[in-house]
Each structure stands twice: as C-alpha cells, then as structure tokens.
Design a protein. Sequence first.
Length: 334
Amino acid sequence: MMSGRGARGRPVACRVFIMNDVSDVVFLLVEDFSHLAFACALEPLRIANFVADRELYRWRLASADGRSAICSNRAVTLVDQDLTPLERGEALFLISGINVQHHVTPRLLSYLRTERVRGVPIGAICSGAYVLAEAGLLDGRRAAVHWQYHDLFKERFPFVNLTKSVFVADEKFVTASGGAAAADLMLHRIARDHGRDLAAAVADQMVYSGAREASATQRVSARAKYGIRNNRLAQAIGLIEESLETPFSSYELSKRLGISTRQLERLFSRYLNTTPKRYILEARLHRARNLIMQSEQAITEIAMACGFTSTSHFSRVYRDHFGKSPVNQRSVLN
C-alpha cells in the first residue's frame, strides 16, 4: 500500500517502507534560541507521525534550568527536563541562536562532553555548532553554522572544517545552519529512516517544495543577490569575500580577472552603483561589525583580521560608515 487514508482521515504515505522502531529525540534549547529553527526541526517529525498515522518519532524538550527557555523573539517555551543524562537510544539536538557566546557555560559544555562519552548521538542547529566547537567536539570535522557566525567561527575555531552548506549529515556530529535548513536536515533524516516517499509527503504537508540537499549553500550567490548577469563581476565579488584579511587593491583584482582596472570600475558602477574600492572597504567593515558584536576579541585584533593595519584608521572609517566607533558599538551590547 503506497498511499491512502488512515483510520482518522489522515493521509498515509508508503507504509511499506516504515520500520517499527520509534526514534526518540531530545531538543536542548539554549537561551536566545531561534524559534524558526526550532519549529523547522520539530514540525517535520510531528508531521511524519501525522502522515504515517503512527508514532515514528517522540521528543522531549530540555533547558539548563529544566523549566523553560526564552527564544530570540522573547516567547517562552516550557520544557520537560534539565541537563540530565539521556536514556539509551535517544539522540540530542542542541538549538541556539543569537548571543550564543554569552550562553555557553561550563556546565553545558561538561554535559555535552559527558553525553558524547556515553555514546549519545549529538546534533546542533543554527549557532549550535559554536557550542559543540567550544566543547572541543568538532576539531577536524566538517560543520555547518549560520552564515552570520562564520567570521567569528573561523577566528575562534581554526581546526574545524567550516562549510557553507545548509547542513552536514555525514559526520559524527550532525549540524544545520538554522532557519529552513533545520527542515532540510529533518527531511533528510526522515528519508533515511523511512524512505523518500514519506519525506516527500511531509514536505508536501509543510507546503515546502524547495527541500535542499546538504550540498546546497546557505547564502545566495552574488549573481542571485544583485541580479548580476556578468560572470566577471560575480567572480570579483567572490574573490573579495574570500580575502578580507588581506584585501585586494582594484589593480590586483582586475589582474586576477584578466581585465583592466577601468573595465572593473565600469562593472561595479553599472551593476552596483559603487566603486571596487568602496565595495571592498564596506565588505571589510561589515565583517568587522560581525566580530565586534559576536566576539570578545580586542578591537586591535579585529582590525587586523579585517585587513586594517592601523587601529586609529579602522576606528575612523568604522565611525564614518556606521555612525559610532567600534568601542561604542560593543558597549551597546553590554
């Protein structure tokens, strides 16, 4: 029987592929977690049960205090347990969000390391890979984290193989970059556990026609973002974003592309209404802003990481662009 209606009128998909085992998942919610990522992780499992008309997945919620967790939109979610050991056969998914670096505690890190030693499968969603990396669990492994944390992650965890993919499912520690990527990961998990037909039926229930494979990248390409139809300009933007610590000059960039500096300037003027020099500077400043807001690095170190050799020059151009100095930018967060 490939499809039909269940006893309570629910759509049933590919019963023949469904195994008898029930998968148990514990979602560990870290303060300021992403509500969107949480919903995208949990709802596919609930819908899988609904579509199959039987219990394929069970879940519980956990937090540090065992009572509740507050997400980034300030909604409060009640939970079932605190940082207690998981039962045999359960998997742990850690979900965090903004300000993750301020919510990583010695107790949380100890708990993750202990559960790892006990053999518990551990995954992380949104900025959750940051917590696993802080616990020392991701060294030498591929991991996905929300793109907004890439700059901080590269600086703090150089031994982790950070990927731009939406999720990583073929490592010991499964990671997803957050938002809809959590749904992509769970649909991948459902397909693995119970077949592609069930995963497709779950996606249909979600009205989600764009389920992505792990190899998909998080951020849209420069071509899609700006509507660019010029290959050389798209290549130029890619080179700029990959070399912010040692930025190209306009001459060096045009040489790498095999065109003249004047041609390069015309491309940036026509498609982006700016100059290559200005675009490069703004890309460096936005990376610096991410590091100031997400890390405890000294302003001097951040300046150097973004290609500024003079801290005073960095502070001046940062204030001109954002309307406040790097020091004032950080003080707003404290």
